[in-house]
Design a protein around this ligand. Structure first.
Ligand code: 13P
Length: 250
């Protein structure tokens, strides 16, 4: 099945509003006519307004890197799905491994966030992936199954139409060690089969599963040539406009 690829940038905790403007000044002309794939950039919250202003009228969408599951309330430091929509975001990353590792996110909070986001028109990008010890212990399949099952808990196929998954093996993030196209494809097939169990085969056939973990201009083509890989979630290499453009146009 032909699925349009989604090429997403996760800037993590990098760039000020001025640097954001500078990025788009160079990036926009490089991808102006590129309509083969969808492009989304997820900067820090404080850069969202600048990013949205910079991409206005272009083919580029803007997303956030995290979200709370409530509508509003006494939750210091948190941002709700409604707030993201109000400023013009269309996408949001949920359950990135760094959130799980350093900020106490669990499969259950991922599920709460996903449910809340699916009540809105935002497109959720839910991250899953095993750490090195899990892979070495032969637990990759168990971990991916658990992360998917819990993320999808009590969500219907009808509600989940916009769902996007990102497979990000933690050992490949920021390490320069990329999963081989074969390793990534294998994990994607497993995730797709989990989605089929919960949401049905037709849903799973349409589901986009992105790969993330040391995606660079040099390896993007080999990865993106795999049928199972429906795009990329790019960290470090998305901070440089020329390098992210090269990845987008792999
Ligand atoms: P790197 O591309 O820097 O390995 O980061 C991947 C990632 O975590 C994207 O969300």
């Amino acid at each position: 099945m032909q699925r349009k690829k989604l090429m997403a940038a996760n800037w993590k905790m990098y760039k000020t509003p001025d640097e954001t403007r500078g990025f788009f000044t160079i990036f926009l002309p490089l991808v102006r006519d590129h309509d083969r794939d969808e492009i989304v950039v997820c900067p820090p919250y404080v850069d969202l307004a600048t990013a949205l202003e910079s991409v206005r009228g272009s083919n580029i969408a803007v997303g956030a890197q995290n979200v709370h599951w409530g509508k509003e309330g006494a939750f210091t430091g948190e941002i709700s799905p409604t707030m993201l929509l109000a400023v013009g975001c269309t996408h949001v990353i949920i359950g990135h491994s760094e959130r799980r590792q350093y900020f106490g996110e669990t499969d259950d909070t991922v599920n709460l966030k996903l449910k809340a986001v699916l009540e809105t028109s935002l497109t959720p990008i839910v991250c899953v992936g095993e750490v090195l010890e899990e892979r070495e212990a032969g637990l990759t399949e168990d971990v991916l199954r658990r992360q998917c099952t819990r993320a999808f808990y009590k969500i219907s196929a009808k509600k989940a139409t916009k769902l996007v998954i990102a497979y990000e093996p933690v050992w490949a993030i920021g390490t320069g060690k990329t999963a081989t196209p074969q390793i990534a494809s294998e994990a994607h097939r497993l995730i797709r089969s989990e989605a089929a169990k919960t949401f049905g085969q037709e849903f799973a056939d349409r589901l986009r599963i992105l790969y993330g973990g040391s995606v660079k201009p040099e390896n993007a083509k080999a990865l993106m040539s795999e049928d199972e890989l429906d795009g990329a979630l790019v960290g470090g290499a998305s901070l440089d406009p020329k390098s992210f453009a090269a990845i987008v146009k792999y």
